[in-house]
Design a protein around this ligand. Structure first.
Ligand SMILES: NC(=O)c1ccc[n+]([C@@H]2O[C@H](COP(=O)([O-])OP(=O)(O)OC[C@H]3O[C@@H](n4cnc5c(N)ncnc54)[C@H](OP(=O)(O)O)[C@@H]3O)[C@@H](O)[C@H]2O)c1
Length: 324
């Protein structure tokens, strides 16, 4: 089968489009004929050997697929050849077929197209878990989203609005902020041209924000933490800037605030029942047209490396998707 292959750790330029043997299912796995694969920041980290999961070389990146089940291992009871599904495979999705544990595969309805389905779980799953389970966001609170036009950022903007928050989107360009506003953001801050703290003070009339959603880290983190209101929650989601921030411990003390970690991948394995409930809620909202992924661009399989390069160069707004 055709696949994008990581044969040596490094940047997207090292990925190879090649033929590899098709997978066979282990007893607890299904084989999925991949129709679409979402492009996520962890794909960039995994090919550079910088992610929590370290598959042995050679492997295909691509952690989130939508497609059709073609075969099922003998222990699999609830999935059958022909089922339309989405799956969290971790890696292996930039290929014509992938083997996935049945517990990580979820059926989808006929009405959900594969490109949309493959671009939904990671971002909305992460952002909903962050806002609902980790920040316990309440209607009427103020939410600041950094990197707000990125994958998890734009999902946080949309979900924050749906959950009743006043949303401040912060991003590096006015064109990115325009898309955040179209998704419901009440305010936009361009952190390339203006000072984050000053803008937040002005927008919140010195009160500060109740929740910071931070998938970027680096130099934005401390000003964002300093902008929390009393009893605020700072969500540590990721470090797209490449820099893991450190904080003076007096900052949360002074605000009675909490710095809260978010790790959706681990949560989905350790707390599958709550995760399944969250995913069902998200699917309901998608089917009711209450949330809709912003698709930046659909790339053919052989251009998957270009999709990762575009993500690395901060060119992707919402989600890039590889179609097979
Ligand atoms: N904790 C979890 O469970 C979880 C789950 C999924 C993802 N994540 C993490 O969340 C982060 C964002 O993921 P994503 O899929 O939303 O990525 P993304 O679509 O690439 O968005 C990241 C955003 O970060 C900003 N950014 C600032 N400096 C950057 C740099 N040097 N390189 C790239 N982007 C930069 C960009 O916005 P501007 O140009 O507007 O600054 C970009 O839109 C990643 O670190 C990822 O690993 C965590």
């Amino acid at each position: 089968m055709r696949a994008i292959c990581c044969q040596a750790y490094g940047p997207p330029e090292l990925l190879v489009f090649t033929d590899v043997p098709a997978p066979a299912p282990a007893p607890d796995e299904v084989i999925i004929q991949v129709k679409a694969c979402g492009v996520n920041f962890p794909d960039l980290l995994i090919i550079q050997n910088k992610y929590q999961f370290k598959p042995p070389l050679p492997f295909s990146p691509g952690g989130e697929v939508a497609g059709i089940v073609t075969a099922a291992g003998k222990e699999v009871k609830l999935l059958h050849p022909g089922d339309r599904v989405v799956a969290l495979c971790g890696w292996g999705g930039f290929a014509e077929k992938v083997a996935v544990k049945a517990s990580r595969v979820f059926p989808i309805s006929e009405s959900l197209d594969f490109v949309e389905a493959a671009s939904t779980l990671y971002t909305y799953g992460t952002s909903y878990h962050a806002l609902k389970d980790r920040a316990t966001l309440k209607a009427g609170e103020t939410l600041l989203v950094l990197g707000a036009a990125g994958g998890v950022g734009l999902a946080a903007v949309e979900l924050g609005k749906l959950m009743g928050a006043a949303v401040i989107a912060a991003a590096s360009s006015d064109s990115k902020l325009a898309i955040c506003k179209a998704k419901g953001a009440d305010h936009g801050i361009n952190y390339s041209t203006s000072d984050l703290r000053t803008e937040i003070k002005e927008i919140t009339k010195d009160k500060g924000v109740d929740i910071v959603f931070d998938p970027v880290g680096g130099s934005l983190a401390e000003p964002a933490l300093r902008s929390l209101a009393w009893r605020g929650r700072y969500l540590v989601v990721g470090f797209a800037s490449g820099v893991i921030p450190s904080f003076p411990a007096n900052l949360p003390l002074l605000k009675g605030a909490a710095i809260v970690g978010v790790f959706w991948g681990s949560f989905s394995e350790r707390e599958p029942a709550i995760n399944a409930k969250n995913l069902n809620q998200l699917v309901e909202w998608i089917e009711q047209d209450k949330i809709k992924q912003h698709i930046h661009k659909v790339y053919p399989l052989k251009q998957a490396a270009q999709a990762l390069k575009d993500l690395q160069n901060r060119l992707v707004v919402g989600k890039a998707v590889v179609q097979i």
